[in-house]
Design a protein around this ligand. Sequence first.
Ligand code: DAH
Length: 343
Amino acid sequence: MLEQIEGLLKEAKEWQAKNAQEVEDFRLAFLSKKGKLNQLFDEFKKVPNEKKREFGQELNKLKGKIEERFKSLQEESQNSSVTSEDKPDVFLPEVPESLGSLHPLTITKRRIAEIFARMGFSSEDGPEMETDWYNFTALNFPENHPAREMQDTFFISKGEEQKDDTLLRTHTSNVQVRLMEHTKPPLRSIMVGRVYRNEAISARAHCQFHQAEGLYVDKNVSFKDLKDTLLHFAKEMFGKDTKIRLRPSYFPFTEPSAEIDISCFICKGEGCNICKKTGWVEIGGSGMVDPNVLVSAGIDPEEYTGFAFGMGIERIAMLKFGINDIRLFFDNDIRFLSQFKGV
Ligand code: DAH
């Protein structure tokens, strides 16, 4: 028995531990329930009674020494946590910090607001949850008129009259009326925000998207002012050689009305897939503010005229950055978003 005690003490003294795991191995080997020390205590039970006193004392001493060794191994491993093996290599290249980037829609929205700010347009905001009055009726959509169907609306609740229904705005034109109600002309503003339509989601359409609405009301505002403003914007946004084309159209809130096309800056008008071989791409609608809309907002149409336009922000961002699927804007896939770093 004494030999076994000496043997175990020697083994414990020679045990080396380089790290916390190896200290734990020591504890398991010597001090756990099934460890070597307990095995020796089991054997001690078989020792004849007359030897029990002598061996018992030695065994207790051994226990104390093994526990001490365990403690000192623990301390050693803590003090030398930076051993030669895991010392940092100061010559390794640093791990780059990954910074976030602006969303491509944010980049586009800011760029649009910036271009118009330089032409004297202030930036305004309006509610996404709106009443029928601001989204339709005040914009000269007659009650139950089929023009309301042009925009598949998400309704929230019914009001006493149609104009009191609440809905998610289908365009940013709602802000026009709100603005004119509390600001006397001259006024020149750009309104950028999110809009909603009950459309099937595909690569080209989404149930939520963004628009930039523009409004200019003053004395003697003419269609030429509208054309010049849109042309200047197109050149600033898409490049100096960009041309615009205004195609006659219909919107209840403008008369006359026109769709805005820009010359395809990808093929320079030659015809490509983006412009469907026509050389032109549509970016929004525009027109001279209908006198009925001015009246709804409390402005005298005999004294003032105005122009307005609305453009799709996703459409502009897709053209500008060559994005071919509108759903990418809302997936928030980091592989997509990180491509806009530093843009
Ligand atoms: N609100 C129209 C739409 O969403 C776009 C539009 C057309 C806005 C003509 C205007 C405008 O201000 O004058 O389809």
